[in-house]
Design a protein around this ligand. Structure first.
Ligand code: PEP
Ligand code: MG
Length: 756
């Protein structure tokens, strides 16, 4: 054998010339295989491309029977080629026919070749095809030859990804890259969106694959790695992450990867084989991803994400690509794809362009999902692999009702969904027709249906939905979307505007509920082991009274002459209410002393979210003007299930005995003291759960505005008296044959024509 150490460079140089020549795709592919075969002193070089039907088709060959091109085919997982594609791993065999997966394709005439080296053609860790060389003699291919073939496969991946091979794909067939894919996840926000993919963290597209000078590229890589390491050390040394905690752990992992000699060596090797520094990073990232994608261990998968993030950072360093904006215009019908995302990041997208949100992670009560729901866009979470399968600009349908995402949908499906969207629009029309209908049960009980809000964009919904006011205004959202702490005047102007837009409807402002998973970029506490149980909401407000007093003053001034309803989040002990009320009194006194107008009416309430308040109900009801149950947090703390962790957040039923009994106790305590009780967690917005809430005595609930129509439609047909008796009987003395309350409610609705 000839020494091949200079081989790959020469080969890549030739390939670069071939890529630049104005050739027909088949001709280009034929010449590429010929070039590879000659350079690697192989008697055979073949390219198999993965079609959308899961078949690997021979697209070009040097050495095998040319008549077999576009005819010879293997299924994914079948034969050596199918095994390579399915496992995304190379195979290096001195005697191919002795391998158990070997499958003889008579049309190719390959029986005379013994040794076999095949590598997957990868893009973002996905197999797009397989590249093979074969020799008659039994031999083992060397490690550097394997590297060279893998590097060459990058060029083919680029050719496939740019769509060049479409022209030589037989009519009626499609390549895998354009294959329609349906991803099933969890439905977090109802609705259907038709639009185009926007990758939240756009993939850096490396177009400059082949290098001119190895040493320059090695130096560029070293430089970029140096800056990357410095930036990680810098992040680690900053005070806010100096504690133990998740954030630190991620950065430590980054640092470990960034110093991993194996990683650096593999990238340098790829450069020596002729790639540019960025192409080398991408190649090693893709190889690693392909290997790690098959891991099922959640810890290791998390590490894969860390590695991927780090490689992306390095790519950005090398290409000067900025993640924000990415240079591309946002389509008018954007469906955003992300692994995970913060609420503020979603708010960076203009609302009018958003049609949906697809998350690989997330949970139904995580804040980004709440914000998405407030914006009225469909959300599917836990959509495994969504980001790797999607390309910017791909057509996509998101179905939040069915919890599915259809990537690159076929025309029929697209049509069916267009119909479905029309149907939904008609249903929305019917709900809109209910807007001015008073929300009363069939047997005459009036229920207040209020809406949740937090942003200016929510306000027009008040009139559109016909809500009985705003039952929860999450004031922290204004803080979360701002890059600096909103000043007193800004807060006041904002609240004044909200009240103006509300045109006399009552707005219940919740004071700052930050901490936990609601992080303000400019206000970070120390990292906490259990942020949900940490320094947050009213705790933080009482420790930083300046913050709370500023907000209270802004609210009092904004509501001057009108009505102000204010409530405290996450109260644990009645003493906290007294402390906060004292601060409020001080503000009232201060304002009147300086001659400011005060609200005509002031109501002061709390959110019931912490179970400890269950044993202070009587005291609580006596000291407040109203109570609002935050069922998202109350459920999280009562059942000890992290609301943001999809593995456990839905593990227990919020319509099960324990939680309904908790809720009923609250309603009854309110009745004992004639203190109004309402509920403003996500469960109020589901017709089935609001049925249960009304049955146990709630006469006021607050939900996302889009839920008001469906809940009202349910209520209008509901015989509440009869349902109430049945549910209470089941809560007081459940019988063995009762089944679950959820099942009972569903049956009751079905049998009595109650629309859900
Ligand atoms: C709740 O906890 O139910 C609630 C309404 O508050 P948030 O979702 O903002 O924590
Ligand atoms: Mg809460």
């Amino acid at each position: 054998m000839r020494d091949l150490s200079a081989g790959p460079r020469v080969l890549l140089k030739r390939l670069r010339e071939l890529m630049a020549e104005p050739l027909e795709p088949q001709e280009r592919l034929d010449r590429i295989t010929r070039q590879i075969a000659s350079n690697m002193v192989a008697e055979v070089c073949s390219v198999y491309v993965l079609r959308s039907d899961g078949v690997l088709e021979l697209y070009a060959t040097e050495g095998l029977n040319p008549d077999a091109v576009h005819l010879a085919q293997l299924k994914m997982g079948q034969g050596l080629v199918g095994t390579i594609a399915a496992s995304a791993q190379p195979l290096n065999l001195s005697d191919a026919q002795a391998h158990p997966a070997f499958r003889y394709l008579p049309e190719t005439g390959e029986e005379i070749y013994h040794s076999f080296l095949g590598v997957p053609i990868l893009r973002a860790g996905r197999s797009l095809g397989v590249l093979v060389v074969q020799n008659k003699a039994q031999r083992n291919y060397r490690e550097d030859e394997l590297e060279a073939l893998e590097t060459t496969a990058m060029v083919l991946a680029e050719m496939i990804a740019t769509g060049e091979l479409k022209k030589i794909t037989r009519p009626g067939l499609e390549l895998d890259l354009t294959r329609p894919v349906t991803i099933e996840g969890d439905g977090y926000s109802e609705g259907i969106g038709l639009g185009h993919v926007v990758l939240h963290e756009p993939r850096v597209v490396v177009t400059n694959l082949l290098n001119e000078d190895t040493e320059t590229e090695i130096a560029r890589l070293a430089d970029a790695l140096g800056s990357l390491r410095i930036s990680i050390d810098d992040m680690l040394s900053r005070r806010e992450v100096a504690m133990e905690g998740e954030h630190r752990e991620v950065l430590e992992t980054y640092r470990m990867f960034a110093h991993d000699q194996g990683w650096v060596r593999r990238m340098e090797e790829a450069i020596r084989n002729g790639l540019t520094a960025e192409a080398a990073v991408e190649k090693v990232q893709s190889d690693t991803k392909a290997r790690m994608m098959r891991l099922t261990d959640p810890y290791m998968r998390e590490r894969m994400h860390d590695f991927d993030d780090l490689a992306n950072r390095l790519l950005r360093q090398l290409t000067g690509f900025s993640a924000s904006g990415g240079g591309q215009a946002l389509p008018a019908d954007a469906i955003v794809f992300a692994r995970a995302m913060g609420a503020a990041e979603l708010l960076d997208y203009p609302r009018q362009n958003l049609r949906g949100l697809v998350l690989e992670e997330g949970a139904v009560t995580s804040h980004v999902v709440i914000v998405a729901r407030a914006m009225g866009i469909a959300v599917v979470g836990q959509a495994a692999g969504a980001v790797a399968l999607a390309e910017n600009g791909d057509a996509v349908i998101i179905d939040g009702d069915d919890a599915t995402v259809h990537l690159r949908p076929v025309a029929d499906l697209q049509k069916a969904y267009e119909e479905k969207v029309k149907l939904r629009a008609r249903r929305q029309e019917q709900f809109r027709a209910l807007r001015d209908v008073e929300p009363r049960s069939k047997d005459g009980t009036r229920i207040a249906l209020k809406m949740n809000a937090g942003l200016m964009v929510d306000l027009p919904q008040l009139a559109e939905s016909g809500a009985d006011g705003i039952g929860l205004f999450r004031t922290e959202l204004q803080f979360m979307i701002s890059s600096t702490m909103p000043k007193a005047e800004e807060q006041e102007a904002f609240y004044r505007n909200v009240l103006k837009q509300a045109k006399g409807s009552v707005v219940t402002f919740r004071t700052l509920d930050i901490g936990g998973d609601k992080v303000l970029p400019y206000f970070r506490g120390d990292a906490e082991e259990n942020p949900a149980l940490g320094w947050r909401a009213i705790r933080l407000s009482l420790d930083r009274p300046g913050l709370l007093r500023t907000q209270m003053r802004a609210l009092l001034k904004a509501a001057s002459g009108g009505e102000l309803k204010m409530m405290l989040p996450m109260v644990t002990e009645v003493a906290e209410i007294h402390a906060a009320r004292e601060l409020l009194q001080k503000e009232v006194q201060h304002l009147s002393k300086f001659g400011h107008g005060l609200p005509r009416k002031l109501q002061f309430g709390v959110m019931l979210e912490v179970p400890a308040l269950m044993w202070q109900l009587d005291e609580l009801m006596q000291v407040v003007d109203f109570v609002s149950v935050g069922s998202n947090d109350l459920f999280q703390f009562s059942m000890a299930v992290d609301r943001g962790n999809a593995r456990v957040s839905d593990r227990f039923d919020n319509l099960g005995l324990p939680f309904l009994r908790i809720l009923r106790d609250i309603v009854r305590a309110g009745e004992r003291h004639a203190t109004p009780v309402t509920l403003c967690g996500e469960m109020a917005g589901k017709p089935l759960s609001s049925m249960a809430l009304f049955a146990i005595g709630f006469r006021s609930v607050s939900m996302s505005p889009t839920a008001i129509g469906p809940v009202k439609a349910m209520l209008l047909q509901l015989d509440l008296g009869r349902l109430s008796q049945e549910v209470n009987r089941r809560l007081d003395a459940p019988r063995a044959d009762d089944g679950t309350i959820r099942a009972f409610l569903t049956r009751f609705a079905e049998e009595n024509g109650v629309p859900l």
